[in-house]
Design a protein around this ligand. Sequence first.
Ligand code: CA
Length: 242
Amino acid sequence: MFEKEKEQYLKEHGFEEMHLKAVLFDMDGVLFDSMPNHAYAWSHSMTQFGLKMTPEEAYMHEGRTGNGTINILTQRYWGRDATPEEMDEIYRAKADVFNQCAEPPQMPGAADILNKVKKSGCTPVLVTGSGQLSLLDRLNKNFPNIFTKDKMVTSFDVKFGKPNPEPYLMGLEKAQIRPWEGFVVENAPLGVEAGSRANIFTIAVNTGPLPDQVLWDAGANLLFPSVQALCDNWEELLKTFS
Ligand code: CA
């Protein structure tokens, strides 16, 4: 299984073979079912600044850094970028609402796939645009002994954020692998685009409200309807891509 997808990827990128050594996981919408909270927080915290974001738009921007998203709004409603002080204030307001939301649950299948990846000798790496400290803490509580600090890329590390390939290029560096030695697991169009532009085989898991086609169009090499489905296919993937 998945031979066709592998061949297509190799041909597209001019690589000879894949040797899977690491899996680069996005966090929101992949490991935690946290996107509804993010969409709520964005849509409820912007009006006090004269800005507006619908929950639907929040899903479209998923994966961008907070600052990148804020500048899109201030450009639209203020006609200019936010100053660093304004960015801090606006992002803090969003984070405050987010932190008041009920704790987002683990995505079904997330703990299982992380443990399977680790057990098979691959390195799990976290690559997120999030700077939510509370969520990073939860990560280690929910998935103990999976991620080490030197195998995490967060909004504190990156300058551009998704859809720029930078976060995933940094993920490759932290995993000490080359593009054909890893998978990216992503749920959002901008994240899929970032993984694909980093020349990594990118697996989309469609855990949100967007149609599959949006993720294919962003460059997904393979698509599963859930993280659980990815988990169920891990052994097959390993067989084909090792
Ligand atoms: Ca995501």
